[in-house]
Design a protein around this ligand. Structure first.
Ligand code: TYM
Length: 332
């Protein structure tokens, strides 16, 4: 049996991109793999969130995982900061990571923008901590959206560097698992940029916590074009926003984009948007209602996080001791 590790930053309400790119896949994969689903709160520190906000967001992320179908009897849910071994391994791995590898990271370039000199060291070293997240559990499969592929590839490179440096076959190289149908959900306002928690416009994304009226409003306001839907995706290549909405519908209804285009050929977007809203509400409303229940019961959330943390801590500390032995540190 393989072992999954994946995580989401608790930097705001989780959205449709997080759901289709990651969580939905986790729910399916947890049946076949031992699964560790982390709330990567240490990564979230790179944007210096307010303390009460961060604490609330950690519990909200846990409630979202649970409401979306992560089963705490099967899988482990925990905050990254509960397991110190992530940071200890990150230091060890940082000593094996050439700066040149980090300089290639697209996400750092995007997040640091023109202010590279002012960006913090945490943001720069972020992918090394991400590699440690996965490798401390000897994770074999990492279900993610397309934007995280480069980071998982770096984790593979770092794992290989460790094995070569210490002449061992300790780390297996983790596989990124990316679902083709929803690898990159785009903003509802701009089909060329990714749907993201950090977009200043709330209308750019659908949150898993949005009520049906809010979903309907956001979809009504979503950018499209006046042309009707074409019978195949190739004919819509340049209509980015239109294609994004069709892709969301396809992913939510487990159909190919080709099938959705042929089903809606000739239909205009005002009609299609109503169908998309119905689909979104039918998937998200039950999740939202379960989330509300969990959030009213923080003791249950905390107990689930504690159980997940205990399991994660014991596996991570066992691996950390093996790693210490390999590299010449004294075991504890
Ligand atoms: P984060 O918090 O940005 O996103 C969490 C997950 O959601 C996916 N995702 C998307 N998928 C499709 N379309 C989108 N618009 C979209 N937006 C986000 C992401 O690909 C991701 O799978 N660095 C990671 C968190 C992390 C991690 C890890 C992930 C830390 N350590 C170890 C896997 C393994 C991040 O910032 O994800």
């Amino acid at each position: 049996m393989g072992r999954i590790f994946s995580g989401i930053q608790p930097t705001g309400n989780l959205h449709l991109g997080n759901y289709l790119g990651a969580i939905r896949n986790w729910v399916l994969m947890q049946k076949e793999y031992e699964s560790f689903f982390c709330i990567v709160d240490l990564h979230a520190l790179t944007i210096l969130p307010e303390a009460p906000q961060l604490q609330a967001n950690i519990r909200k992320a846990a409630a979202t995982y649970l409401a979306a179908g992560i089963d705490p009897e099967k899988s482990y849910i925990f905050p990254q900061s509960a397991v110190a071994a992530h940071c200890e391994l990150a230091w060890i791995l940082s000593c094996l990571t050439p700066l040149g590898w980090l300089n290639r990271m697209i996400q750092f370039k995007e997040k640091a923008g023109k202010e590279k000199e002012k960006a913090n060291l945490g943001l720069y070293g972020y992918p090394v901590l991400q590699a440690a997240d996965i490798l401390i559990y000897k994770g074999t499969h990492v279900p993610i959206g397309e934007d995280q592929k480069q980071h998982v590839e770096l984790a593979r490179d770092i794992a290989g560097a460790f094995n070569r440096q210490y002449k061992v076959d300790y780390f297996k190289l983790p596989e990124p698992i990316i679902l083709k149908t929803a690898a990159r959900v785009m903003s509802l306002r701009d089909g060329s940029s990714k749907m993201s928690k950090s977009d200043p416009s709330d209308y750019s994304r659908i949150h898993l916590s949005d009520d049906p009226d809010t979903i309907a409003l956001k979809i009504r306001k979503a950018k499209t074009d006046p042309e009707p839907i074409a019978g195949n995706p190739k004919a819509m290549e340049k209509r980015l926003e239109a294609l994004n909405l069709l892709g969301i519908y396809a992913a939510l209804s487990d159909q190919s984009l080709e099938k959705v285009c042929s089903e809606f050929e000739g239909v205009n977007f005002s009609t299609f948007k109503q169908r998309l809203t119905e689909k979104l509400v039918s998937v998200f409303n039950p999740i939202r209602q379960k989330m509300i229940c969990y959030l009213k019961d923080p003791k249950t959330i905390d107990a689930i996080l504690e159980k997940g943390s205990d399991k994660a801590r014991s596996l991570a500390s066992c691996h950390l001791n093996e790693i210490k032995d390999i590299i010449g540190l004294l075991k504890t």
